[in-house]
Design a protein around this ligand. Structure first.
Ligand SMILES: Nc1ncnc2c1ncn2[C@@H]1O[C@H](COP(=O)(O)OP(=O)(O)OP(=O)(O)O)[C@@H](O)[C@H]1O
Ligand SMILES: [Mg+2]
Length: 507
C-alpha cells in the first residue's frame, strides 16, 4: 500500500518542498528511510514509531519504505516527523489518503504524540503558498510565524490524534488567526540625551543612520564610544514591511524567534564579542547557519574594540560589506544569505589608548603603534564612510546641565531623510543611500560647480580610490537629504570629505 504526503525543509533562506512517499509491503518488520536523510531525520524513525503507538494507532509490523524526494538534497529537519507519521497512517489505511493531499505538514513529534515547533517556518509557509498548497499544519508555537503569509489556512493541533480526527472530519479545527507582532529587540530605553557633549560624534551618527553608512569611532578610553554606538537603534527609521519580512525570515531560519513568533519590527542590533569565529561572523558550519553579518541584515553590526578581533575574521567582512550578501558553498549546494548592514565600529588609537588625547601622554613606542594599527587592514578602513574622533570630555561638558537633544528629535530628522531616499530609490529595490551602485550615484548626485571643484581637489590630495570617491558622494547625498536639498553643494561635499579624511589625521 502506498501514500504520498508533503513536508518542507529549508535551503539557505528558502523553503524546499519534500514529497514523502511511504510504501508498506509484506515482509519482515522494518522501517527504511531513503533520500539522503541526515541525523535528525534518521532519528525521526524512533519518534514516529512511539508517537503513532502512543496516540492510539497501530504501527504496521510489516516492511515500510519511506522515500524523501528530491533524493539529491540532504534533509536535516526534524519537521519531517509529521508528514512521515501521516504518510504511514495513510498507507496503512488508518486515514484516507485523499484527505491529506492538499496539506503541508511541518512539525517535530514527541514520543507522546504532541506537535513540537521547528525553525524556518516562515520561508516554508511562503514556499507552501507558492506551490499552491492551501493548508499548512504546524505546532502551536509556530502558528504566528506561519500566519505572516497571506493566502494559506494554518492549523495547529496539539497532538497527532487531534490532527487525524480533523483530517477525518471527526472534529473541525478552526484555522488560526493572526494576532501578534514581535519585538525581538526590546524597545531601546537608552537615549542620546544621556550623552554629554560629543556633538561631532552625534552628528556623524545621525548621518550614518540617515543613509545607512559605515562608521568608525576612534578615541581614548572612557570617552563614550560604546555608549554612543548603543544608542544608534533609538534613531534608526522603522523598517518597511518588505524589510521586516526579510529580517523575520532570517531569524526564523536561525531559530532565534523563540516563542515570540511573529513579525520582527525593530532593526537588528548585533554586537558580537571579539572572540567570535569566522563561521560565527559570516555564517557556515556543517549545517549552514546565518552568521552575524546576516543577523544584522537591515540593521547594525557593532564591532566594539575593532582592533581586538582576529585578522581573519575582519578580512572575512570585506566581501559582505561591499556586496551586501555572503555566499556559502557546500559539496552539494551553494546559496547566498543577505547581509546589508551598517557597520559601526569603535577603536582606541593605540594600545594604551591615549595617542590622540589632549592631556594624558601616550606611552606606546612608534613600533607599538604601527603594530597595533596593522591589525586593521587598509581595505577594511577604505570601507568606512565616516570616521569620527571621540575626544575626552572636559569637566565643564560633563557637568553641563543644559538639556541635550533627545533621540526622538534626531529620529524625526533621520526618518525624513530616509523618506526622501525611499522615494528616489525604492524603484530599484534600494532603501537607503549606502546601497546605491555606481549608476544610481550618477543619476542621484548632481553637484554644483563649486562642489565639483572641492571634490576634485580632495581626490588628488587624499589619494582617493574609486571606492572612496563613490562613498564620499553617497555620504554627501545623505547630508543633502538631511538638509532637504536637491543638489549637492560645497558644504555637503566638504562635510563628507571631512568625515572620510579624518582617518588620515587621527588613525
Ligand atoms: N559623553 C558622555 N556623557 C555621559 N557619560 C559618559 C560620556 N562618555 C562616557 N560616559 C560614561 O563613561 C562610561 C564609559 O563610557 P564608554 O564605555 O562608552 O567608553 P568607551 O569610549 O567605549 O571606552 P573604551 O575605549 O575603554 O571602550 C559610560 O558608561 C558613561 O557612564
Ligand atoms: Mg568601549
Amino acid at each position: 500500500m502506498f501514500s504520498q504526503t508533503f513536508g518542507c525543509t529549508t535551503l539557505g533562506l528558502n523553503g524546499v518542498l519534500i514529497t514523502v512517499e511511504v510504501d508498506i509491503a509484506n515482509g519482515l518488520p522494518a522501517l527504511d528511510i531513503v533520500g539522503l536523510p541526515d541525523t535528525a531525520v534518521r532519528e525521526s524513525r524512533e519518534r514516529v514509531r512511539a508517537a503513532i503507538k502512543n496516540s492510539g494507532f497501530e504501527f504496521p509490523s510489516r516492511r515500510i519504505t519511506i522515500n524523501l524526494a528530491p533524493a539529491d538534497l540532504k534533509k536535516d529537519s526534524s519537521g519531517l516527523d509529521l508528514p512521515i507519521a501521516i504518510g504511514i497512517l495513510a498507507a496503512s489505511g488508518q486515514i484516507v489518503w485523499d484527505s491529506c493531499k492538499n496539506y503541508l505538514f511541518v512539525s517535530e513529534l514527541s514520543l507522546e504524540g504532541k506537535l513540537r515547533g521547528v525553525s524556518g517556518i516562515l520561508p516554508m509557509a511562503i514556499h507552501c503558498c507558492e506551490q499552491g498548497i492551501n493548508n499548512m499544519v504546524v505546532a502551536p508555537e509556530n502558528v504566528q510565524e506561519a500566519l505572516l503569509v497571506e493566502g494559506i489556512n494554518v492549523y495547529a493541533p496539539l497532538t497527532l490524534a487531534q490532527l487525524v480526527s480533523h483530517l477525518q472530519h471527526a472534529i473541525i479545527l478552526p484555522a488560526e488567526v493572526k494576532n501578534m507582532i514581535t519585538h525581538l529587540f526590546p524597545g531601546n530605553s537608552e537615549d542620546f540625551a544621556d550623552v554629554q557633549g560629543q556633538v561631532v560624534a552625534k552628528r556623524a551618527l545621525e548621518i550614518a543612520a540617515a543613509g545607512g553608512h559605515n562608521l568608525m569611532m576612534i578615541g581614548p578610553p572612557g570617552s563614550g564610544k560604546t555608549m554612543l554606538a548603543r544608542r544608534i537603534t533609538s534613531i534608526l527609521p522603522a523598517m518597511s514591511p518588505q524589510e521586516a519580512l526579510e529580517v523575520t525570515k532570517i531569524y526564523s531560519i536561525a531559530d532565534l524567534l523563540h516563542n515570540h513568533a511573529g513579525l520582527v519590527t525593530e532593526r537588528p542590533f548585533r554586537s558580537p564579542h571579539h572572540t567570535i569565529s569566522g563561521a560565527g561572523m559570516v555564517g557556515g558550519g556543517r549545517i549552514p547557519r546565518p552568521g552575524e553579518v546576516t543577523l544584522s541584515h537591515r540593521g547594525v553590526l557593532f564591532l566594539d574594540e575593532l582592533a581586538e578581533f582576529p585578522r581573519m575574521v575582519l578580512e572575512s567582512l570585506r566581501q559582505p560589506v561591499e556586496d551586501g550578501q555572503v555566499t556559502i558553498s557546500r559539496v552539494n549546494a551553494s546559496f547566498s544569505y543577505p547581509a546589508k548592514f551598517m557597520l559601526i565600529s569603535a577603536v582606541n588609537p593605540c594600545q594604551c589608548g591615549f595617542l590622540t588625547d589632549s592631556r594624558q601622554e601616550c606611552t606606546c613606542s612608534n613600533s607599538d603603534i604601527r603594530r597595533y594599527r596593522k591589525r586593521i587592514s587598509g581595505p577594511l578602513l577604505d570601507r568606512m564612510d565616516i570616521n569620527v574622533h571621540v575626544p575626552r570630555l572636559e569637566y565643564s561638558e560633563i557637568t553641563n546641565t543644559m538639556p541635550t537633544e533627545s533621540s526622538l528629535v534626531i529620529a524625526k530628522r533621520v526618518a525624513a531623510a530616509r523618506a526622501i531616499q525611499y522615494a528616489r530609490l525604492s524603484k530599484y529595490n534600494i532603501f537607503c543611500n549606502a546601497h546605491m551602485g555606481h549608476k544610481h550615484i550618477k543619476s542621484a548626485c548632481h553637484m554644483t560647480t563649486g562642489a565639483q571643484a572641492i571634490l576634485e581637489q580632495a581626490f588628488s590630495k587624499m589619494n582617493l580610490s574609486a571606492r572612496g570617491y563613490d562613498r564620499i558622494l553617497k555620504v554627501a547625498r545623505t547630508i543633502a537629504d538631511l538638509a532637504g536639498a536637491e543638489q549637492l553643494t560645497e558644504m555637503h561635499i566638504a562635510e563628507a570629505v571631512h568625515f572620510r579624511n579624518n582617518m588620515q589625521e587621527i588613525y
